[in-house]
Design a protein around this ligand. Structure first.
Ligand code: GDD
Ligand code: MG
Length: 348
């Protein structure tokens, strides 16, 4: 069976003032009227059941996650006592899936991405699951269109007999110069951050490539599905290394396969990406909120709250009112919004 695992622990500081500590990016309705996490779960319909779906998140967000993904059994919300990045988050899900079904296929998904072509996405995941059955760690590869430094890059190798392509190298978050060289070489795909593997395969990979997790994983595996799990988790989880699956496993493992996919993927990285995932008007403006007034603007993103928000005569500017805070930023500087959060933190 397929076991979707939705990772929902990220903070998304680039969406201030809409995102706050208690309401990170995945809980915002950025791509549709529904929060990204709700869209993420809905996209999986037909592929698996809510009974087999897990969400991994922190204690602050467990309630919101339960509310936004309808019908999910409470036991399937796995709460990390502290955030330890994606390798431990995936390990936590893997011990639960393995306890039910050791060779169960996990489909690990970020909670905060957008997919335009849902049927195409599902077909790709089904093929990835078939490849994963043979023991590969499968990642979905996306055709790059810019030297983005926030992504992982996959150097694509030969076709594998069981489907997908072999991986010559995996490089997480290269610097700009390296990213440029990768994109112009034509040999690389972006790592989509969506992974498919058997529970036993990823647990073995953790043991092999992150031996510092071995003891903790053994304790968690032993307690999985039992009453004692809570206390064991509290004791063990904070001691796991804080590292992403990309650095911890993907850069090191040799049994990786990449499955190229073209399904209108966007990781909605900042306000600048909103026009990629939401319909714009004839001037390329994305406007949300009945109280927004936009005059003579081009390529703007205007997100209003209840009070009137008027924007006049601007090109490629983001204006966001969250009700208690306002952001104005040129679209191409949208990445720098995280600096606002840093500045506000430093002030406290
Ligand atoms: N439960 C949990 N706990 N979830 C987490 C944690 C954690 O400690 N840290 C991050 N997440 C969730 C985020 O909410 C997000 O949905 C997903 O895991 C990926 O984390 P990001 O922090 O967004 O990773 P990234 O964007 O820097 O990089 C990853 O995604 C890129 C594509 O968007 C990597 O896999 C890259 O290689 C990839 O290109
Ligand atoms: Mg991300």
């Amino acid at each position: 069976a397929l076991y979707p695992v939705i990772m929902a622990g990220g903070s998304g500081t680039r969406f201030w003032p809409l995102s706050r500590q208690a309401r990170p990016k995945q809980f915002l309705p950025l791509a549709s009227k529904l929060p990204l996490i709700t869209d993420t779960a809905a996209r999986l319909k037909g592929l698996s059941t809510v009974k087999n779906t897990f969400i991994v998140c922190g204690p602050l967000h467990a309630k919101a996650a339960a509310k936004l993904v309808k019908g999910l059994p409470k036991a399937n919300i796995l709460v990390e006592p502290v955030a330890r990045n994606t390798a431990p988050a995936i390990a936590l899900a893997a011990v639960h899936v393995a306890a039910r079904d050791p060779k169960g296929i996990m489909v690990v998904l970020p909670s905060d991405h957008h997919v335009a072509d849902v049927p195409g996405f599902k077909r790709t995941l089904e093929e990835a699951a078939r490849i994963a059955e043979g023991g590969h760690i499968v990642t979905l590869g996306i055709q790059p269109n810019r030297p983005e430094t926030g992504y992982g890059y996959i150097q694509v190798g030969d076709a594998l007999s069981g489907g997908g392509r072999s991986v010559k190298a995996f490089k997480e978050k290269p610097d700009t110069q390296t990213a440029k060289a990768y994109v112009s070489s034509g040999e690389y795909l972006w790592n989509g951050g969506i992974f498919v593997f058997r529970a036993d395969v990823i647990l073995a990979a953790f043991e092999q490539h992150m031996p510092e997790m071995k003891k903790g994983l053994a304790a968690l595996s032993k307690a999985a599905g039992k009453r004692t799990f809570g206390p064991v988790l509290k004791k063990v989880f904070p001691k796991l290394p804080s590292i992403s699956i990309d650095y911890g496993v993907m850069e090191k493992a040799s049994n990786i396969a990449v499955l190229p996919g073209d399904f209108g993927w966007s990781d909605v990285g900042s306000f600048a990406a909103i026009p990629e995932v939401r319909p714009a008007d004839e001037n390329g403006n994305v406007i949300s909120g009945a109280s927004a007034v936009v005059v003579d603007c081009k390529g703007c993103v205007v997100l209003a709250d209840k009070r009137p928000l008027a924007v006049v005569g601007l090109t490629d500017v983001v204006v966001v009112d969250s009700g208690d805070a306002v952001l104005v930023v040129p679209r191409e500087k949208s990445q720098d919004v995280r600096k606002v959060v840093e500045a506000l933190k430093a002030r406290k």
